[in-house]
Design a protein around this ligand. Structure first.
Ligand code: ADP
Length: 580
């Protein structure tokens, strides 16, 4: 729960009494400094009782401090807090009456500011869904330079301070820029040195220091704002040091009463680098570099592993993936560690945001539709898509879509191997994705080889992805592993039949079609094998061309399936309540 009011006021006063750039040396020291007027501070802190006696003076001092910090350190475009046009947060009526909980989300990307994959979708949609479940949510993100200007210009300057980061005590600027939208508060950590690149992720050499800084700065920012959440919910390796910092350098601060959750969105990415580098950049104490926490292979430090050890709960994005990652086949070398922590690990499947993914209102879709008129409107959307992509315009053809990062994870070697068998005079294939040049080039090759039947859009295009979901009949997701997968959920919402491999979240969300009972949501195959993928595609083709009535039934069934965040958000809320 948030700090009680008196404590909060006192804390604000204490913060205000401190010099604006007092480096957060190590937060333990900072906390000690606050408790007693210590020798360590450069400018002596005002004793608490004194500060309480003079609230006005303190307030004036704080305003002055903030203004000064804004003038000195606010980046271009930052607006001082007094004059900024804050977008009012609509006060949402809670949809339910479970006790209120405050939650800080910490992660490296979030739609619509910056998104490279499913994590960005979740960081946007889950907080929004949690607001409806009586949660007070703050999302903490890096303020990357690549965030579109339309959002940058609406951010409001919240304050700035200096923070020690590295083992040698170098101090770094931490700015806080705030944006309130849809009942969720977004706080962006501002530092041009770390977040100046055009992409959120560059290479590990730069990313390791960047996310050491981000994890510590996120906690320091919460401390600075005196916003003490019940739950700190961290996402993937980029935020995995948060629980480690919380139980070490921030152990003596008010923040340490928060409980932590670490969600694994993709176990493949763990933030592994040699121990001296991570030790230097994180400034973490030596004892966390042991084999039960950060150390792996005796020589490397693994940021995700450290987070798993120190968090109070671990979640991943589907029950099947939660089970799979405890096995050597999917465990990415962390399976023994995950088995050890199995008691605090659970899977909660992702949902999709029904405001963004709604074929009835989607502005990117030429002909909007619902379950009632899906059959005719989907044909119109298919024709529009074929025209847009230079395919032969014929609504009688089966159009198979593939929307994906083009990486090994996504099973594209299987698709490549059987492309000549998939494409025939009745079938077209549309690919949208970027990634590994090997896959980009092979799909370009197939576009050339099958002009009019295959279109490879080697790009990232949000609007076009919506038109493919609306215009295609089926969507391929043959992943080697898939923590949850969102494209199959989007597809079902748009009445597009998923063809998926039975792994991770794909297994949990797509029920295989049963021709005897006429039930199920899509076509599935189990072993990672090109022949089995082709078999699944052929089963889909057979149903589409020979039993359209059953196919259409499945289209409507998929559109009616609940793939929203509602029940998943309820499960997260339940977990928050259990932990607090
Ligand atoms: P991952 O997070 O592994 O990339 P997910 O299926 O969880 O995969 O999420 C992918 C998300 O990114 C979906 O919303 C999908 O529509 C979107 N997406 C992937 N590639 C592209 C692309 N090239 N253009 C537009 N959207 C894309």
């Amino acid at each position: 729960m948030p700090a009680d009011k008196s404590e909060k006021t006192a804390a604000v006063k204490k913060t205000a009494a401190e010099p604006k750039t007092a480096p957060v040396k190590n937060v333990k020291a900072a906390a000690e400094t606050k408790a007693a007027p210590a020798k360590k501070t450069k400018v002596p802190a005002e004793p608490k009782a004194e500060a309480e006696k003079k609230p006005k003076a303190v307030k004036a001092k704080k305003t002055e401090t903030v203004k000064k910090a804004a003038a000195e350190a606010a980046p271009v475009g930052a607006v001082p807090v007094e004059s900024a046009p804050v977008e009012a947060a609509p006060v949402e009526e809670p949809a339910e009456t479970t006790p209120r909980r405050s939650v800080a989300f910490i992660g490296s990307e979030c739609y619509p500011f910056v998104k490279t994959g499913g994590l960005g979708d979740v960081m946007y949609a889950l907080p929004k869904a949690l607001v409806k479940h009586n949660c007070d949510v703050k999302v903490i993100l890096p303020r990357y330079r690549c965030i579109p200007w339309e959002y940058q210009q609406k951010m409001v300057y919240r304050g700035a301070f200096g923070m020690d980061l590295c083992a040698d005590g170098r101090s770094y600027y931490v700015g806080i820029m705030e944006y309130v939208w849809d009942g969720v508060v977004y706080d962006f950590i501002d530092n041009e040195e770390f977040f100046n690149s055009g992409n959120p992720y560059t290479n590990l050499v730069d990313d390791i220091p960047k996310y050491c800084y981000f994890a510590k700065a996120a906690l320091a920012a919460l401390n600075y704002m005196d916003w003490i959440p019940d739950i700190i919910h961290c996402h993937d390796w980029q935020a995995a040091l948060v629980p480690v910092y919380l139980r070490t350098l921030f152990d003596n601060t008010k923040l340490s009463r928060a409980r932590t959750i670490l969600t694994i969105h993709n176990l493949k990415f763990q933030g592994v680098y040699n121990i001296p580098t991570i030790k230097y950049w994180s400034g973490l104490p030596d004892y966390v570099f042991n084999k039960d926490a950060l150390t792996v292979n005796w020589v490397d430090a693994n940021m995700l592993k450290g987070g798993l050890t120190y968090s109070n709960a671990i979640t991943t994005v589907s029950p099947t993936y939660a089970w799979e990652i405890q096995t050597p086949a999917y465990g990415e070398n962390l399976d023994p560690h995950l088995r050890y922590h199995a008691g605090k690990l659970r899977g909660i499947v992702n949902g999709i945001d029904y405001d963004i993914w709604n074929p009835q209102t989607d502005k990117n879709v030429p002909h909007n539709y619902g379950a009632d008129d899906v059959l005719e409107k989907k044909k119109a959307n298919k024709r529009a898509l074929q025209e847009e992509l230079g395919l032969q315009v014929d609504d009688g053809k089966l159009v198979i879509g593939l929307i994906s990062r083009l990486t090994d994870q996504k099973g594209l070697d299987l698709v490549n191997a059987i492309m000549p068998q998939i494409v025939d005079e009745y079938t077209q294939v549309v690919i949208l994705g970027t990634g590994d040049p090997m896959y980009e080039n092979s799909f370009r090759y197939y576009e050339n080889a099958y002009r009019g039947s295959v279109c490879s859009c080697i790009m990232y295009d949000e609007a076009r992805s919506h038109r493919i979901y609306a215009g295609a009949d089926a969507l391929l997701v043959p992943s080697r592993f898939e923590p949850c997968g969102l494209t199959q959920l989007n597809a079902m919402r748009y009445g597009t039949i998923p063809i998926v491999r039975e792994t991770g979240g794909l297994k949990d969300t797509v029920e295989p079609y049963n021709m005897f009972t006429n039930t199920g949501n899509g076509f599935t195959f189990d072993r990672y094998d090109a022949g089995l993928l082709l078999d699944a595609i052929n089963r889909a083709k057979t149903l589409y061309f020979e039993n359209r009535w059953c196919w259409d039934e499945m289209v409507r069934r998929d559109m009616d399936k609940d793939v929203s965040w509602d029940s998943s958000a309820a499960q997260y809320k339940e977990l928050y309540l259990q932990l607090t």
